[in-house]
Ligand binder design. Structure first.
Ligand code: XMP
Length: 512
């Protein structure tokens, strides 16, 4: 038995969450678009199949569908929301547009002792989001649970192990959803919950070896968690077929280049080729103050350096990068017709095309926190695993106006004190991202008996779940006073500290 779950995606925003929940159960799953050929479904060798939700209505003529053959494979199938309606319709039931749309919280009344609801009885809270309703069940199906407005909220053909739920078991608002998924996958489909990050690592290594063969790979290391984990994983799989290139742009955080090098040397035991390119970046950024121009120069310089290094290495056919799951699956792709399938985001913008390289993305099936677990498994030290996100253009977009080595050094020192105090106060992991910004403004101050005319720094700290929206972090005044004191005492050239109290929107997290 493969112990793998195939999730067919019908375009729900929640499909990734289904995969995520299944992994929480220590079971492996993969998402594929609903329109993959039946041969691919068979070749996948799933022990159970889940049909996801989706925004369409099965009552429309050209709505996404699958071959009925899927129900002859002898594999247990769970349909969620749209997936349930589709199952119902394809097997001979009737689905109609409902007069009463049901969105948000609802309560199901569990009517049977079906294994799907093992350990659950009576009324249970679920989360609904649908406008269609099954009005006649297919032959062989029974009702397992209903709500006031949805008589067929959960249905099943227990003999064939087909289940359908109108609600979303994958969301937190369905508190017993994980138990239902467990009941379906473990008790009903008989999957052994043995998937762990160790087995992921083993599989990923085997897969990378198969893909790359004896060719050469280059891996662009940024110092962040994702690319570092990929580098360590690839080295385990391919040894010295891999060249890890780390570009020190001169725009990194204080001591960051040394920390990344130490991590590769002492914790990963993986060779890292560092290109010290600070002077080149400073030269190209001289007197440039427009934010977009700065970003473009920084990006282009990276590509130039990388291309040069790749030429030096010679015959590399593959480029590795730390693309994560949320970057990979575009749920809307399911509706773009047969040609629009899963797209990859190219982290190292433009490089693969320009250099005619193939991509290796060994953590593309993982979520951020799973990559962190993998990182620990590969020996990544604790203080590196949970680091706040850091933008590609680095401190270059935290110094509004022109960039000079002097300004970068001041900002690095300010930032290091700020982060050190945040860590000391036990706040680091409560904050999505914290950093300092050096403003292109000087202000008058007094120190000892003398007048100063120095830089102004703004501190920023935000909470967020995904970086898309953010709220400023509510430090207490004593904390801010302490940080302000330390910075003005310890960093020459700064005499005024501000705290940024804007959220995103209307601001962005970074200043440029
Ligand atoms: P903004 O400033 O747009 O940032 O609110 C949202 C998140 O994205 C990060 N960020 C970047 N990351 N390259 C990156 O790798 C970039 O050019 C870039 N710009 C912003 C930012 O740090 C925050 O986490």
């Amino acid at each position: 038995m493969s112990n793998k779950v195939l999730i067919l995606d019908f375009g729900s925003q929640l499909t990734q969450l289904i995969a995520r929940r299944i992994r929480e159960l220590n079971i492996f799953s993969e998402i594929r678009p609903y329109h993959i050929p039946m041969a691919e479904i068979k070749a996948f060798g799933a022990t159970a199949i889940i049909l996801s939700g989706g925004p369409a209505s099965v009552t429309e003529g050209d709505s996404p569908t699958i071959s009925k053959e899927i129900f002859d494979l002898g594999i247990p199938i769970l349909g969620i929301c749209y997936g349930k309606q589709l199952m119902c319709q394809l097997l001979g039931g009737l689905v109609q547009v409902s007069g009463e749309r049901e969105f948000g919280r609802a309560f199901i009344d569990i009517k049977t002792s079906s294994p799907f609801f093992k350990g659950l009885t009576g009324q249970k809270q679920v989360w609904m989001s649908h406008g269609d309703k099954a009005t006649k069940l297919p032959d062989g199906f029974v009702t397992l649970a209903s709500t006031d407005t949805t008589p067929y909220a959960a249905i099943a053909n227990e003999a064939k192990k087909f289940y359908g739920v109108q609600f979303h078991p994958e969301v937190a608002h369905t508190p017993d959803g994980l138990a239902m998924l467990r009941n379906f996958l473990v008790d009903i489909a008989g999957i052994k919950a043995t998937w762990t990050m160790d087995s992921f690592l083993e599989n990923a290594i085997a897969e990378v070896r198969k893909t790359v063969g004896n060719k050469r790979v280059i891996c662009a290391v940024s110092g962040g968690v994702d690319s570092s984990v990929v580098a360590a994983l690839l080295y385990k799989a391919l040894g010295d077929q891999v060249t890890n290139i780390f570009v020190d742009t001169g725009l990194l955080r204080k001591d960051e280049a040394a920390q990344v090098q130490a991590m590769f040397r002492d914790d990963f035991h993986v060779p890292l080729h560092t290109v010290s390119a600070g002077p080149m970046y400073y030269e190209r950024l001289k007197d440039v103050s427009d934010p977009e121009t700065k970003r473009k120069i920084i990006g282009k310089t990276f590509i130039d350096i990388f291309e040069e290094e790749a030429k030096r290495i010679g015959d590399a056919e593959f480029l590795a990068q730390g693309t994560l799951y949320p970057d990979v699956v575009e749920s809307v792709s399911a509706f773009g017709g047969p040609s629009a399938v899963i797209k990859s985001h190219h982290n190292v913008g433009g490089l693969p095309e320009r250099m005619n390289m193939k991509l290796v993305e060994p953590v593309r099936l993982l979520f951020k926190d799973e990559v962190r677990i993998l990182g620990k498994l590969l020996g990544m030290p604790e203080n590196m695993v949970g680091r706040h996100p850091f933008p590609g253009p680095g401190l270059g977009i935290r110094i509004p106006g022109d960039i000079t080595p002097e300004k970068v050094t001041i900002l690095q020192n300010v930032d290091a004190i700020y982060i050190e105090e945040i860590r000391k106060a036990g706040l680091y992991s409560k904050i999505w991202q914290a950093f300092a910004v050096l403003l292109p403004v000087r202000s008058v101050g007094v120190m000892g008996d003398g007048r100063t005319y120095d830089y102004v720094v703004s501190l920023r700290a935000v909470t967020s779940t995904d970086g898309m929206t953010a709220d400023f972090f509510h430090f207490d005044y004593d904390f801010l006073a302490k940080v302000s004191n330390r910075i003005t005492n310890e960093v020459r050239g700064v005499n005024r500290i501000l705290y940024d109290v804007t959220s995103k929107p209307p601001s962005t997290i970074e200043w440029e």
